[in-house]
Each structure stands twice: as C-alpha cells, then as structure tokens.
Design a protein around this ligand. Structure first.
Ligand SMILES: [Cu+2]
Length: 72
C-alpha cells in the first residue's frame, strides 16, 4: 500500500439495498485515482480510498451519476 493514498468518508442518501451499494460502488470506482470503495449500507457511509486527493465535487458527481445524493 502506498503511503500517499488517502481515504475519504462521505455520506450518501437514498441507498436502500445491495443494488444501490453496487451502483454507487461502480460509479465511484471509475473515478480517476480511486482505488477502493467501501459502502456501509446501514449508515449510508461510503469510504473512498484514492492514490491521490480527489475533489469532493468529482465524488459528488459520481454519486449523482449513480442516482443518489451526497449528504453535505
Ligand atoms: Cu437499492
């Protein structure tokens, strides 16, 4: 694991089942620099690991592309 990797936790609203988790995970995984995505469905928390800092707006756009919303 690289020491320059960073992990960001965000909250996503609207996820209700494993399909939602899959959609959000798939969109975020395609974001440039993102190396891992872990979704906690119970809390709506999404942990994003990237090999470089990823702007919050880029993460928000990916979550929206999946059909969900980032909680500010
Ligand atoms: Cu669902």
């Amino acid at each position: 694991m690289s020491s320059s990797a960073s992990t960001t936790a965000v909250e996503v609203s609207g996820m209700t089942c494993s399909h939602c988790v899959g959609a959000v995970t798939s969109e975020l995984t395609q974001v440039d620099g993102v190396t891992a995505v872990h979704v906690d469905l119970a809390t709506g928390t999404v942990e994003i690991t990237s090999d470089r800092p990823v702007p919050a707006a880029v993460l928000a756009a990916a979550v929206e592309a999946a059909g969900y919303e980032l909680v500010p």
